[in-house]
Design a protein around this ligand. Structure first.
Ligand SMILES: [Zn+2]
Length: 128
C-alpha cells in the first residue's frame, strides 16, 4: 500500500514503454528532460510540459503538440502530467486529466469543435 511502490511500478512501465517505441533516444535513459530546457530561462512550466510530452509515443506527440491545450479546461496539455488520449467520433482528442475525460465524451460535437479551435490557436501562436 506504499505510494512509493506504486510510483516505482509506473516509472518502470513507462521505461519499458519508451524502450519499446523506437531506438533513437535510448542512449541516456536517466537524463532529466528538463536539463536541456534550462537555458530557456525561468520557463519551468514549459519544461514540465516537455517532460510530460517525452512520455508520449512518437505517434501521439505531434497530435498533442498540434492541439496544445485541454479541450475541457484549456490548460496547456502536459501541465498536469502526461495528457490523456481519447477517441471521440474516431478522432484522437487529448485532455489534461482523467476528470476531463467524461466531460469531453459527454458532448462529442462540442469537443471536436473545440479541438479545431485549439489547433487554430496553436498554429497562430507558432507563426508569430
Ligand atoms: Zn483535466
Amino acid at each position: 500500500m506504499s505510494p512509493r511502490i506504486l510510483s516505482v511500478a509506473s516509472v518502470t512501465s513507462l521505461a519499458l514503454f519508451l524502450t519499446g517505441c523506437g531506438s533513437a533516444q535510448n542512449g541516456t535513459p536517466t537524463a532529466a528532460p528538463n536539463a536541456q530546457h534550462a537555458d530557456h530561462g525561468a520557463d519551468s512550466e514549459k519544461a514540465e510540459c516537455a517532460a510530460a510530452f517525452a512520455k508520449l509515443s512518437d505517434e501521439d506527440r505531434p497530435l498533442v503538440e498540434a492541439q496544445g491545450y485541454c479541450v475541457v479546461t484549456s490548460e496547456p496539455l502536459g501541465s498536469m502530467g502526461p495528457p490523456l488520449k481519447l477517441i471521440v467520433n474516431e478522432q484522437p482528442v487529448f485532455v489534461c486529466c482523467k476528470g476531463c475525460e467524461k466531460k469531453a465524451k459527454s458532448n462529442p460535437d462540442k469537443t471536436l469543435a473545440k479541438v479545431e479551435e485549439l489547433k487554430a490557436k496553436v498554429k497562430s501562436e507558432s507563426s508569430n
